[in-house]
Design a protein around this ligand. Structure first.
Ligand SMILES: Nc1ncnc2c1ncn2[C@@H]1O[C@H](COP(=O)(O)OP(=O)(O)OP(=O)(O)O)[C@@H](O)[C@H]1O
Length: 262
């Protein structure tokens, strides 16, 4: 593994019983790069992330991590007992051994320092996501793993959050692996998009969209300037059993063929 490589996955297969959920996946996470996993429901995105985190063992294949890799993880959702009084400060204290200065710095990184003394139960969806992000940053991670970070956040908040993730990457020079359903919101700063449907359907760089009138109409000019559309086409489709069926040349540009919303 080269020094800039944090995680190298080779020919990964994961089965649950007879069902193969991850099928021959190979990918590399490099320092300073943002990788976005997209794919339909049940495509294996969370399973792949769990394997990267070391929470699931491969049925087959190899996952190499740099030996001292520090990972910060932001879960999709965190259930907090609503009757339990908990300020943001206390919530962060329970998460990792960190100094008061580190906690404040982590909150400042996500522009949420004003929330320190606020109850976690009174946070908006976007504020909660930023606090969860701050919590993941307390470990000073080299790899930040985010499971649908923009879930439950309104559209403007989502754009802000994706921009924030890019600025965190720049500031910490960490690698980011995130799951997103928002293909149209996969921001310009994403270096690598992996389209997963148990196997990797396709992967590559997102392409910038800044002048598309429908994006400007939807998100406004500042948002549209930061948006990227990952334009790609697949050379296969899936039948009802999930098996790969090669596409006719003529149909190659149809985005719907890998199945699901991505
Ligand atoms: N522990 C498990 N035991 C058995 N099957 C599982 C287990 N975990 C996940 N699965 C199955 O593996 C498949 C992939 O699940 P996974 O959660 O990885 O998909 P996903 O792409 O993250 O989906 P979503 O977008 O809906 O969150 C699903 O069919 C799921 O039911």
């Amino acid at each position: 593994m080269s020094p800039a490589t944090l995680v190298e996955i080779t020919s990964l297969n994961i089965k649950f019983g007879a069902s193969k959920v991850i099928d021959n996946v190979s990918m590399t996470l490099k320092q300073g790069e943002i990788t976005t996993l997209i794919g339909p429901n049940g495509a294996g995105k969370t399973t792949l992330v769990k394997a990267v985190l070391g929470l699931l063992s491969p049925t087959d294949g190899v996952i190499k991590r740099s030996p001292t890799l520090r990972i910060g993880y932001m879960p999709q959702k965190l259930q907090i007992d609503a009757t339990f009084p908990l300020t943001v400060e206390r919530f962060l204290k329970t998460a990792a051994f960190a100094s008061a200065e580190d906690r404040l710095q982590a909150l400042q990184s996500v522009r949420a320092e004003a929330l320190l003394k606020q109850s976690v139960h009174s946070l908006s969806g976007g504020e909660m996501q930023r606090v969860l992000l701050a919590r993941a940053l307390l470990r000073k991670p080299e790899l930040l793993v985010l499971d649908e970070p923009a879930q439950g956040v309104d559209i403007n908040g989502q754009i802000e959050l994706y921009n924030l993730i890019a600025s965190i990457r720049d500031r910490y020079n960490c690698s980011v692996l995130m799951i997103s359903h928002d293909l149209h919101l996969v921001m310009a700063a994403t270096d690598q998009v992996i389209c997963l449907n148990r196997h990797i359907c396709c992967s590559g760089h997102p392409e910038q969209v800044s002048t598309d009138p429908s994006y400007i109409e939807l998100f406004g000019v500042p948002g549209a300037e930061n948006l990227a559309l990952y334009s790609h086409h697949h050379n296969h489709q899936h039948n009802e059993h999930g098996d790969i069926v090669p596409l006719e040349e003529a149909a190659e540009h149809d985005h719907s063929h890998c199945g699901g919303h991505h």
